[in-house]
Design a protein around this ligand. Sequence first.
Ligand code: NAD
Length: 302
Amino acid sequence: MNQTKNIAFIGLGNMGGPMAANLVKQGFTVTAFDLSVPMLENAVAAGCQKADSAHAAIEGADVVVSMLPSGEAVRALYLGVHGLLQAMDSKTLLIDCSTIAANDARQVIAAASERGIDALDAPVSGGTAAAAAGTLSFMCGGEQNAIARARPVLEAMGANVFHAGPAGSGQVAKICNNMLLAIHMIGTAEALQLGVDNGMDPAVLSEIIGASSGGNWSLERYNPYPGVMENVPASREYQGGFSVALMLKDLGLAMDTAAGSASSTPLGALAKNLYQLHGGDPINSALDFSSIQNLFRRPVGD
Ligand code: NAD
């Protein structure tokens, strides 16, 4: 039987807010802390208890979940003399769902282990819609025992829980996936534009490629050409979805990881370069990543 009742949730932003709300809906008592007062107030409106600090949030917690913007923020939260690890009971389980460098995740998990605390990295795939719907995929890195303990909590927020391997493996899986996503999104945009520039209807071309060997997720589920598919960012001027800025963050992590393992990732490097070119304009940076289509489109009247 699952004994976990009390969860401390740190970082209630676009992802963490709806994730914490789903934990409340599943009957957990969630004590929330965020540096941003409006984000914390949203979490309270969704049924979370409010804490005045991260240290206050973890008092009496069975599980600590964090969903923060960067490795720097995660290390600052847990490590050092003022870090949460110093204050956490050894029976507490630590689940960090932030997307950060695998080495940062390994450092935090190793420090937790030194104090006898079970910990795992559990970055997510699915974005804000899946966070709200409770259908996220969790890619977990850590000991089997830690993953087993985390499973009921993760299943309250997601549809899939994968054990990727030892500590840091969740982060490795996440950046491999997102590097490939960037590459096939760019390839799809390039191919669709080539067809359009040669007189084809992008919807007809998408149907043909989707039934042929060029078919892929970007084309068939997240088509970047406006008007081809309903309910995707391309058909609402690339608003919402997964921003160019966040894709650039993940491509940066992928390139750092590749440098660390001396892996050859020429297409990943090119994808990062193209997203940098596109996202250099702050307007594009906030748009969904499928807006890379605009890099290939000719101005109207050309
Ligand atoms: P966000 O910026 O909306 O939320 C982060 C929250 O953390 C903010 O509310 C911020 O105030 C808070 N915060 C920062 N430092 C803190 C600290 N020390 N203590 C307490 N709160 C702190 O970001 P997000 O979109 O929710 O993303 C969170 C993580 O999820 C990131 O690592 C991101 O890469 C990853 N992710 C995001 C998406 C997405 O579509 N947004 C998808 C998959 C993964």
